[in-house]
Design a protein around this ligand. Structure first.
Ligand code: KIV
Ligand code: NA
Length: 275
């Protein structure tokens, strides 16, 4: 059995070989991601990707735990990180600890991720001091969509100093790595150069120490909307649509099931069957 990647292994990759990460929400996808990624993230994007929610704000701790358990069953090697959902950690370091401890105990993940910079530094320190590795998430933090008024690029112009301060605060507080979402390249580069922990970019340029994307975006499961920072490597949505169209046509046309799909019976002829 292969040796599992640990938190210190990830930290040691700073400025080294690029870190590869994808989200996963189910066992079969986790099995695939585990073979190709260093970090598998059970993101709260699960609410939008798998449950049809309009934002991540309605995602619950129970949803994260259920998907975390499913993902855990597919994991052997990559580091598994689970998002703390909106409302489960912001109130106090104590609340965050209770939520994170539950997520870790019930899913078997190696670390949790939470959104926020300077404002979450005290919480990150509290968790780290008590044995819970924390991945931070700065720049565009989707749980703050109502504050931002949308999913716009963060840290442009004067705002860059705020995001840079967030980066330094979470690193100082003990975060072992940080997701940097949707910021301009010079800012991502500066953050990556200043911090001694790995930066994982999403819409934050190749200057970061690694990259993360939502797996359904990479596989082309969504046909309607594609963020600029996504690269599609498959068209699974279109494939599935074509497959269902062909299945429906076969059933309606009497072409499915055919001889190879049915069970023959050499027993006594049933009354009324046949002519
Ligand atoms: O929820 C999520 O999928 C995330 C990643 C995209 C970083 O937070
Ligand atoms: Na998330």
């Amino acid at each position: 059995k292969t040796k599992a990647i640990t938190v210190p292994d990830i930290v040691a990759r700073k400025s080294g070989e690029k870190l590869v990460s994808l989200t996963a929400y189910t066992t079969p996808v986790a099995k695939l991601a585990d073979r190709h990624c260093d970090i598998v993230l059970v993101g709260d994007s699960v609410g939008m990707v798998m449950h049809g929610l309009k934002s991540t704000l309605d995602v619950t701790l129970e949803m994260m735990i259920m998907h975390g358990q499913a993902v855990r069953r597919g994991m052997e090697r990559a580091l598994m990180v689970v998002d703390l959902p909106f409302g489960s950690y912001e109130e106090s370091p104590q609340q965050a600890f209770r939520s994170a401890a539950r997520v870790m105990a019930e899913t078997g993940c190696a670390a949790v991720k939470l959104e926020g910079g300077t404002s979450m530094a005290e919480t990150i320190r509290f968790l780290t001091d008590r044995g819970i590795p924390v991945m931070a998430h700065i720049g565009l933090t989707p749980q703050a969509v109502n504050l931002f008024g949308g999913y716009r690029v963060q840290g442009r112009g004067d705002q860059a100093l705020r995001v840079l301060a967030d980066a330094e605060a979470i690193a100082e507080a003990g975060a072992f790595s940080v997701v940097v979402e949707k910021v301009a390249e010079p800012l991502a580069r500066t953050i990556t150069e200043r911090l001694s922990i790995p930066t994982i970019g999403i819409g934050a340029s190749a200057a970061c120490d690694g990259q993360v994307l939502v797996v359904d975006d990479v596989l082309g499961m969504f046909t309607d909307f594609q963020p600029k920072f996504v690269k599609r490597y498959a068209e699974q949505g279109a494939d599935a649509d074509a497959a269902m169209e062909a299945y429906a046509a076969d059933v309606r046309g009497g072409r499915f099931p055919s001889a190879e799909h049915i069970f023959p019976d050499n027993g006594p002829r049933l009354a009324g069957s046949g002519s």
